[in-house]
Design a protein around this ligand. Structure first.
Ligand SMILES: Nc1ncnc2c1ncn2[C@@H]1O[C@H](COP(=O)(O)OP(=O)(O)O)[C@@H](O)[C@H]1O
Ligand SMILES: [Mg+2]
Length: 299
């Protein structure tokens, strides 16, 4: 993985803590004496595609553990009313498999416990969820990693249980160039002579995830070329077009996600509403006029 020095340092720190933790509590046997509150929780903070998930995988790998991934956003939205039960199940299954528990997209946890509007049913459920999560965290002996996009404003009780926050920043030019390089195979990927990763890194200020998607897209286009397999190569143009596509696709996603907040879209919606109302008034007037005309004619 290509990471800025700062991120790498705090990750290594976290890893050292995990290693010592398992030494103390497993091999030194203290886990058998003290069974509560031994877990370690970390929070990986950063924008999408900055490597939080693969980092969690790498950590699990280096510890020789399985990684159990729970998409928190999904658990919350799909299982209304069932969320606490699912959280308990996730912790149970991580304990059984001795797996590292990874809560992806965990932003929803942040600031959920509220006393002000606790009378609202969904708020009450959110409070229960956070309480259950806190309780499980306390009882869990393993390692939990949360991944959040926002610099989440965690509930203080929750914050206390997080050992460290690891920041994943968007990569700079240097890192982007290296990420482009590690996404291709050093000897097997057929690159054309004109490929210039430095230029791509300078042109596109994107995340590692975007670079990965662009490389796969460029390779697919190059492979679809009608030339014989030996003549097929990935050119600079393939990479550039693929990256433009990736960026465009993301822009569309964002537009539909934030549709209601887009002033242009809102203006059009308002205009359509006004036209609709005008048309309705016009139609009503016409009908009234026709009725009046009919009455006059009958008389
Ligand atoms: N710093 C990085 N170094 C190397 N590859 C990266 C990096 N960041 C992202 N990637 C690539 O992008 C893909 C998506 O990253 P991911 O870990 O899913 O990001 P996140 O979980 O932060 O959204 C990874 O599989 C990897 O190929
Ligand atoms: Mg991820």
């Amino acid at each position: 993985m290509i990471l800025p020095a700062e991120t790498r340092r705090s990750l290594e720190d976290a890893l050292a803590q995990v290693r010592n933790h398992s030494l103390i509590f497993t091999r030194w046997g203290l886990g058998e004496r003290h069974s509560v509150g031994l877990g370690l929780a970390f929070n990986f903070v950063g924008p999408p595609g900055t490597g939080k998930t693969i980092c969690a995988e790498a950590i699990a790998n280096s510890l020789g553990m399985k990684l159990l991934v729970v998409n928190y956003a999904e658990v919350e939205s799909m299982w209304a009313g069932e969320t606490p039960k699912n959280i308990v199940a996730a912790f149970r299954s991580a304990a059984e498999q001795r797996a590292l528990l990874f809560f992806d997209e965990a932003d929803a946890i942040a600031g959920r416990r509220s006393t002000a509007v606790a009378s609202l049913p969904y708020q009450r459920e959110a409070n229960i969820t956070v309480n259950v999560l806190l309780h499980e965290l306390e009882a869990f002996n393993g390692v939990v990693i949360f991944a959040t996009n926002l610099a989440a404003n965690f509930d203080p009780a929750f914050e206390r249980r997080i050992r460290a926050h690891v920041r994943f920043e968007m990569p700079g030019v240097e890192e982007r160039e290296q990420i482009w390089r590690v996404q291709i195979h050093p000897s097997k990927t057929p690159l054309a002579r004109d490929v210039d990763f430095r230029a791509l890194a300078e042109e596109f200020a994107v995340s590692g995830g975007d670079i990965k998607n662009a490389v796969l897209k460029a390779a697919a286009t190059a492979a679809a070329d009608s030339r014989s397999e030996r003549a097929k190569q990935i050119h600079q143009e393939h990479f550039e077009r693929a990256m433009a596509d990736v960026i465009a696709a993301k822009a569309i996603m964002q537009q539909s996600l934030f549709r209601d907040e887009d002033p242009f879209v809102r203006a059009i919606a308002t205009m359509q509403r006004r036209m609709y109302v005008s048309a309705l008034i016009a139609a009503t007037s016409l009908i009234v006029a026709l009725i009046a005309l009919t009455i006059v004619l009958i008389r």
